[in-house]
Write a protein that binds this ligand. Sequence first.
Ligand SMILES: *Cc1c(COP(=O)(O)O)cnc(C)c1O
Ligand SMILES: [Zn+2]
Length: 408
Amino acid sequence: MTPAYQLQCIDCHATYDPAEIIYTCPSCGGLLEVVYDLPSIEIDFHRSGECRSVWKYRALLPVDIEPVTIQEGGTPLYRLRRLFREIDANSRSREIFVKHEGLNPTGSFKDRGMTVGVSKAIELGMRTVACASTGNTSASLATYAARAGIPAVVLLPGGKVALGKVAQALIHGAKVLNIRGNFDEALKLVRQVCDEYGFYLLNSINPFRLEGQKTIAFEIADELGWEVPDRVILPVGNAGNISAIYKGFKELKSCGITDSIPKMTGIQAEGARPVVDAIDRGLEAIEPERKPETIATAIRIGDPVNAAKALRAIRESGGLAISVTDEEIIDAQRDLASLEGIGVEPASAASVAGMRRLIAEGLIDADERIVCVTTGHILKDPTEVVDVCAKPTWVDADIEAVKKAVFG
Ligand SMILES: *Cc1c(COP(=O)(O)O)cnc(C)c1O
Ligand SMILES: [Zn+2]
């Protein structure tokens, strides 16, 4: 049986058997993506009764075995209210939503990629999975590898990964290496290790992993009654997620399920903004930032591997790319938490910080329907939270002291 999907190079368009273990085009080195023979696939996403989750959309997922799953996806899409009034008092027609990916099983959207990626690893007969990670990828890979019963090896930029994420990778049983170097260096190393030892690489250069992440687009459209928002705003690190979500919206449109594509809008941190620079300067490719720096460690990446896909997603969709300061990120994180009850880690708050800036500068229309993706949960990075918040007040275990502290 010919599979209904293949791997295809985004540059030279050569196609490859999806059972080949390749991460880039053997002929030109370009990035690969999974392409489907859409007319031959029966798609019935409207089926009643089935809850939203990654596997609801399995007709458009490249996995042919029972998946390794712990119920990913189905995350809430919240309409902003108090924060909305604060940042957008003048607009009556604008609608702002937050898709809170921090409510996935391990606390980040990476689970959508890993349920597909680890399932694919099993289907392909791979015995060990590996990744480099700013934290969440390692937490998620360790979890799904545990579920599948195979070993995971993860390389972290030592000392630069939030505490909660390291804890997850450790307790789920991954082999955790702290590299004396940054994420970009860790990724180069893990690619060599995978080539040499036949480990299955599950960074977002892996095209199957991105297929899981495209279900964010499916869920957003599904929840909006198969309409698409005007704009989707999200943080950009290694640039896989923005590429995946764009692909998801394109597929829905190709299938005739929806009729437009949102303007894909990527937000980076001021100290790590190679994609923003490339968009600003009209470059064909990014120029890597050698010393990326930001409090938002999940997007502390100077040489995003999926840049070529992300630049296309932003340009083809008529989107934007801007950067925000660490201060703006912290403010947005605090406001989301204190005005909306949505607790996210710093990188995730970059999406809302970016939206706030775009609205203030009048760069987006007043009647847009906007979805901000918040990528990870607040508990991922407790150290940062405690650092930026007011400290608890110490009081004696005495009622007068407590009264004084509360009212005084
Ligand atoms: C991985 C991650 C990102 C960046 O996603 P990319 O696909 O690498 O651009 C942003 N926020 C959080 C919380 C993440 O874990
Ligand atoms: Zn190629």
